[in-house]
Design a protein around this ligand. Structure first.
Ligand code: SF4
Length: 368
């Protein structure tokens, strides 16, 4: 098979990138057993370029996969129960689960996954569900179209994204019913569309319950469920992932952090950020040179060297070219490599109009 360009890569349908094919793995319930994590680490080393990304939807991406290495990679991942039966199931199994899930939340997510697969609803590829039913909501800032949450008075509820209120949830079939309602109401003309857009047009389902309060942004450190470990640039490598696998089951988060279940001390491993005030938490950068053949500059070492010069709270994105693979969102400051030096963009993406052009790396600390 050939790689498909687009915004929703999977494992069975990889996406082309500057450094080869990107294969996205969606572990069930957002959780990797130690054997699965060790297997992913082995596969990343054997079939890719060794880079493992944690995505904003709590999935893993293996980079540098080739046409030749894709089939044996899929065979290995299938043996680890990390591959769906077909592309349609993979595309629509778009469920993000709170990393702080208890057994009841895990079971709810598993029932939702089975019901979604059985429904075969023709939902848009980006249409997704969030299972976020702790006493505070931690996925409020993560895109999802249908949310299974706790109400302010502790009841399980279902909320359409874009609505302030939801309704009591007794069975996951109601979540599938809400997705069918979205389609019936014309929420996906031409196969594209999001729930919040439909709600914004004034088309709303009945709702009475207020959701539980949203939690503040997560930061690295100890939690009731285990240790939250931040990954530099949201990326890790086979050695670190294999070492983490030896420490216990891993929950994936949408915050460039892994939750090591039951762990109480920060492991001393390369590429982990333990200090919540470390400015490296606010760095974004793609592979850059020499890993990516399209890169016009080295990115990550430059971003690291600029961390001490970052204004408080600002996010810095260093991109090896205007494609912006490392951070497809706007950043406070973006530096995009060009043949004439770095362009500086404020509040935009790597391809947006720059405020300054052709900056030499030596000038960047002063400019920031
Ligand atoms: S943004 Fe970075 S990784 Fe993507 S193509 Fe450009 S240099 Fe390569």
């Amino acid at each position: 098979m050939s790689a498909i360009r687009g915004w929703c890569p999977g494992a069975l349908r990889p996406m082309e990138s500057g450094d080869g094919w990107v294969v996205r793995i969606r572990p069930r319930g957002g959780r990797l057993s130690p054997a699965q994590a060790a297997g992913v680490a082995r596969a990343a080393a054997a079939y890719g370029n060794g880079l493992i990304d944690l995505t904003g939807r709590a999935n893993l991406q293996l980079r540098g996969i080739t046409q030749a290495s894709h089939a044996p990679l899929i065979a290995d991942l299938r043996a680890l129960d990390l591959i769906d039966p077909d592309i349609a199931t993979e595309t629509h199994r778009n469920i993000i689960v709170t990393p702080f899930a208890d057994d009841a939340a895990d079971a709810l997510a598993a029932r939702l996954e089975a019901a979604l697969a059985a429904s075969a609803l023709p939902l848009p590829a980006k249409f997704g569900f969030a299972v976020d039913c702790g006493p505070t909501r931690c996925l409020a800032g993560v895109p999802a179209d249908i949310r299974l949450e706790c109400s302010i008075d502790g009841r399980l509820m279902l909320r359409a994204d874009g609505m302030a209120l939801g309704r009591p949830l007794a069975d996951v079939s109601q979540a599938i019913g809400l997705a069918a309602w979205f389609l019936q109401q014309g929420g996906a003309p031409g196969g594209r569309g999001r729930m919040a857009r439909l709600i914004g047009r004034g088309v709303t389902p009945p709702a009475t319950l207020a959701p539980a309060p949203a939690a503040p942004p997560a930061s690295p450190g100890r939690t009731a469920s285990g240790m939250l470990l931040a990954l530099e640039f949201g990326q890790t490598d086979p050695g670190t992932l294999a070492a983490l696998a030896r420490l216990g089951p891993i929950r994936l988060t949408p915050w460039r952090m892994l939750l090591l279940e039951g762990l109480t001390d920060m492991p001393d491993l390369p590429g982990l950020i333990a200090d919540p005030s470390d400015p490296c938490l606010r760095l974004r950068a793609c592979t850059g040179a020499p890993g990516c053949p399209q890169a016009l500059a080295v990115t990550r070492p430059l971003a690291r060297s600029l961390a001490p010069h970052l204004p408080d709270g600002a996010i810095l994105h260093v991109s090896g070219c205007a494609k912006g693979c490392g951070w497809p969102h706007p950043a406070d400051i973006t530096l995009t490599a060009t043949p004439a030096g770095f362009d500086l963009i404020r509040g935009g993406r790597a391809s947006d109009s720059p405020l300054m052009r052709g900056l030499a790396p030596a000038r960047l600390p002063e400019v920031l």
